[in-house]
Write a protein that binds this ligand. Structure first.
Ligand code: FAD
Length: 409
């Protein structure tokens, strides 16, 4: 693996992204969006389509955050198992959440068609495979819950590479190239008047009667709303568990494995994606997740992923092209935090997506757009950040923050 840097494959073959200016003056806008990953860019684009004047501030460069280190499964089969979703929230709410996720997958495909975005968007099933006998029970329970929720789910026993698996296949999911998708979305948003600024870190904000004042080292934006699309969120860190996850991408001869989007029931789980790239195929394998406090040396994580790939493809040859890693933030109850940071606030959050930020980041953009446009959305109460603070009280949050800080150090 000598010579392989830590980078993702998504920008390969794309034209370089033109550099964007730094914020160096005082602007006013309807909305200032902070963070230019899938969440911030989608939010800016949707708001601009609704006629809002939008400014985006990014502390590094466009799409340089976790969106660049994703494996880009776009799926309603989220990390929170359907059995848990139903148990915790009841069938009716679980159905609403899952339907919103399905609409998000379908909506992303429509958007990429409408805007003629060339991002290798591929509608495809996602299969959850049993890693062992215990996993077979999990699979069976998940299939029952998925059916109860009205999802297109089918039990399967299939040979994949060298191994036979029991699993459940969820139809109508998708995979795409997130960077190709977002670079074009940035262009479309710019043509609708969105102003993007790079190397413009928001260092503080203040909510006043005039609006939200957002400051960088060299400029300011006064807006009616601030959308914080920074992935992590310090104010709610007590409810967000940071998990480091690792990925390798390998080139293999065409046809080594069928096209696929897979997750298994191992703990921590593996996720695997197969794409056709003309004269060869690419297998992306991820997993080996570790709590941020216990990550240690990353090399054994990549070795373990290679060993896992061998268990699937046997002795077939492969060449590692990329290794990369990033953080996901898992919320205490498995659902993201979307909407006003507290009741009545014009500061809207979008965080806690776990390993499902493609679908949840996009859904968050729609929900925050609806809030800004004054549209009611029945889903929102399930995602409000205040659900944590309300339940446990202010001091609980502070104590958990201190505890977490201690652990991370
Ligand atoms: C290895 C890996 C695999 C994954 N696979 C999948 C998958 O298959 N499917 C899926 O759905 N999800 C997946 N995820 C999760 C998903 O990638 C993330 O949840 C998603 O990309 C988060 O997008 P975002 O726009 O919210 O955040 P980011 O893409 O991280 O964007 C946030 C941006 O905010 C900027 N920023 C931060 N603070 C400031 C500030 N103060 N001022 C200005 N800018 C700031 C950052 O520089 C960054 O560019 C994966 C994640 C990882 C790490």
């Amino acid at each position: 693996m000598e010579g392989i840097g830590y980078s993702s494959p998504w920008s390969k073959g794309l034209l370089p992204q033109a550099a964007l200016p730094r914020l160096e003056h005082h602007l006013t806008a309807d909305v200032v969006v902070v963070g230019a990953g899938i969440t911030g860019i989608t939010t800016a684009y949707l708001l601009a389509r609704s006629g809002k004047k939008v400014v985006v501030l990014e502390k590094n460069t466009i799409t340089s955050g976790d969106t660049n280190f994703t494996t880009a499964f776009l799926s309603y089969a989220i990390d929170l198992p359907f059995t848990v979703l139903v148990k915790k929230y009841g069938k009716s709410t679980a159905q609403k959440i899952v339907q919103a996720l399905r609409d998000t997958v379908a909506g992303t495909e429509s958007l990429s068609r409408r805007e003629a975005i060339n991002c290798d968007f591929r509608s495809t099933p996602l299969s959850l495979l049993a890693a062992d006998v215990r996993g077979e029970e999990t699979i069976a329970n998940e299939a029952v819950a998925a059916h109860a929720l009205g999802l297109p789910a089918f039990m399967l026993r299939q040979k994949f590479g060298q191994r036979y698996f029991h699993g459940v296949r969820y139809e109508e999911n998708a995979a795409f190239n997130p960077i190709a998708y977002l670079r074009t979305l940035v262009k479309r948003a710019q043509s609708l008047g969105v102003q993007f600024f790079e190397h413009s870190e928001m260092v503080k904000y203040a909510e006043t009667a005039q609006g939200v004042m957002c400051e960088t080292a060299s400029g300011k934006v006064l807006a009616k709303f601030l959308v914080v699309a920074t992935h992590g969120n310090r104010d709610f860190a007590a409810y967000l568990r940071p998990i480091q996850t690792y990925v390798i991408a390998a080139h293999v001869p065409s046809g080594t494995l069928p096209l696929a989007l897979l997750v298994d029931t191992a703990q921590p789980y593996h996720y695997l994606r197969v794409d056709q790239l003309g004269d060869h195929d690419r297998i992306i394998v991820g997993g080996e997740d570790r709590d941020l406090a216990t990550i240690g040396d990353p090399l054994p994580r990549y070795d373990a992923l290679e060993a896992y790939l061998h268990t699937i493809i046997g002795i077939a040859a492969f060449t590692i092209s990329h290794r990369f890693s990033g953080l996901v933030y898992e919320s205490s109850d498995g659902l993201p935090l979307i909407g006003p940071r507290h009741a009545g606030s014009h500061v809207l959050l979008a965080t806690g997506f776990g390993g499902d930020g493609m679908v949840f980041g996009t859904l968050a953009a729609h929900l925050n757009r609806d809030i800004i446009l004054g549209r009611a959305n029945p889903l929102l109460p399930h995602f409000l950040p205040s659900r944590f603070v309300k339940k446990k009280g202010f001091w609980h949050g502070i104590i958990r923050s201190l505890q977490r800080e201690k652990t991370v150090r």
